[in-house]
Design a protein around this ligand. Structure first.
Ligand SMILES: Cc1cc2nc3c(=O)[nH]c(=O)nc-3n(C[C@H](O)[C@H](O)[C@H](O)COP(=O)(O)OP(=O)(O)OC[C@H]3O[C@@H](n4cnc5c(N)ncnc54)[C@H](O)[C@@H]3O)c2cc1C
Length: 108
């Protein structure tokens, strides 16, 4: 495992995905994402209560670089959104940069 990277990103939710993908597009590939959970998805992995769903229309609650014409409803539920985020981590080759089960406790 490498011990140094140019950029450290905190958290593997939508935010970590987006910044890491944009960094790659700008030529910064040496990025590590620290994620305390055991998988990607952030809030959509953590919140599994019945009825959890986005509260803006799904076609707006999508990444500009990954529009999704396949949402099953106008306000997609947690499982479908998590599936979408997971797919994006693979599609944009970001998952390999995620170090799960790693909590950041301080930053120097
Ligand atoms: C039911 C529900 C509905 C929502 N609907 C909408 C909506 O319609 N529109 C909208 O804009 N937003 C909505 N949201 C808000 C949603 O949280 C954001 O849209 C977005 O998913 C946040 O992404 P994020 O990557 O910024 O943060 P998160 O998804 O919270 O990801 C942060 C990640 O950082 C990790 N982390 C935190 N601290 C540490 C640490 N010290 N070390 C390592 N890892 C750490 C966490 O484990 C987490 O995985 C909704 C949220 C919920 C729960």
């Amino acid at each position: 495992m490498r011990t140094r990277s140019d950029v450290a990103v905190l958290g593997a939710g939508f935010g970590g995905l987006t910044v890491t993908h944009r960094l790659a597009q700008s030529g910064f590939d040496d990025v590590v994402i620290f994620e305390r959970d055991e998988g990607v998805g952030g809030t959509w992995r953590a919140n599994t209560y019945p009825g959890a769903a986005c509260d803006v229309p799904s076609h707006l609650y999508s990444l500009s670089f990954a529009p999704n014409p396949h949402w099953s409803s106008g306000y997609a539920g947690q499982a479908e959104i998590l599936e979408y985020v997971e797919d994006c981590y693979d599609r944009f080759d970001v998952r390999r940069k995620v170090r799960t089960g790693t909590t950041v406790v301080s930053v120097i």
